[in-house]
Ligand binder design. Sequence first.
Ligand code: GUN
Ligand code: ZN
Length: 454
Amino acid sequence: MIAAEVVYRARAYDTPDDPFTTGAGFRYGDDLGLVVSDDGVIVDRGPYADVAAIRPGAPVLDLRDGILLPGLVDTHVHFPQVRVIGALGMPLLEWLDRCALPEEQHLASPDYAATIAYEFVASLIAAGTTTSLVFGSHFAPAVDLLFAEAERYGLRVTSGLVVSDRMLPEPLLTTPERAYAEALDLAQHWHGRGRLRYAVTPRFSLSASDPVLAACASVLAEVDGACFTSHVNENQAEVATVAGQFPDRAHYVDTYDHHGLLGPVSVLAHDVHPTDAELAVLAARATAVAYCPTSNSALGSGLFPLRRHLEAGVRVALGSDVGAGTGFSIFKEGLQAYFLQHLLGAEGMPLTAAHLLHLSTSAGAAALGLADTVGDLSVGKQFDAVLVRPPAGTALDIGLRHADSPEGALGKVFALAGDADVAEVWVGGDQIASGGFVRPVSRRAPAGRRTPAG
Ligand code: GUN
Ligand code: ZN
């Protein structure tokens, strides 16, 4: 039997070639046909007239009233911080103490964590984020609930238990032994299940001693294909504290590298204040950096040296860093990156619309080791896509109708698009948002495996 195919007819953009390294622009099809198989894979693409002509009976979805893009990729976003977005005026360590860490303690309650898991997953989908590397919770049952909710909605999520053994409120602390056992248990249940993967996640070296980092390395060694993620060089006071805690390490990056934690599926968030030596280590390990523009601005962390990263050969993608970041929209992160790099003058990296699309999609997929699966709309990739279709009469709607070129239209998307403009979202061919409303792919209740204590 021939598998059912659907033809998506669209105005579509993607960036199969890295504009930073190849100088390529975006790829654009004005009337493109994308043929998607039953199992969500793009099996053909070309001018609509050509692909439709050889499939006379195939259903066609005409999406030309919007702009089709690959699903957005967020390489750094915190599950327990949905409700703390928007607290302004504090640097990192004060913001953690006063905003993030008090909220994160509430996730000790599985009931509360289940509600946050729903809010978090729905917020990602509403923003058009189909793939994400998610900083989990310090509580294993909460991480369980996050994975279950991501599975129910069909999202592509890599996440894990956040571990720390010092400098945080006591309820958020663990031991190396417990960190190892709980992480392994979660990974054994969720890693490689459908679209889900496990990420070994010490919060940052400031709150994770050498024994906890060693436990992380043990989990990484045991879970084939697991990712690694943490924070690095975000804030000057943080960097100075870590230097004092690790006198035997060459630098902050070395606190992770010493334990063998850095590799091609590792993502370190921020890296606003790197030394050249640290950039050289990141490049040698093929470790990616999550550039989080709105967070870096909101916390006053600093101006991200994108040019230095790229010139050193370090891979970079975008992260929202919710809740220090000011929302889930990767379009907004792209726009902020554009502003800040522009303002940096000669030290900055001038960014075109093609760079912004690449940073928002294919660069993120590559950072997460998913370049063969998602990131653009090539044959062989999963159909992860968003349709940007602004409400009639809005500035984006007017702008798109009067754009003088495909380049101009894509620039308008980054300048103006927000959640309200993300009309349809697909992951692996499953439509998970329609008309702006999210919908589960499975009707099963999002029960975690553990029953709440007591
Ligand atoms: N460093 C350690 N924890 C965090 C966090 O939750 N947010 C940010 N932005 N940086 C961190
Ligand atoms: Zn973060």
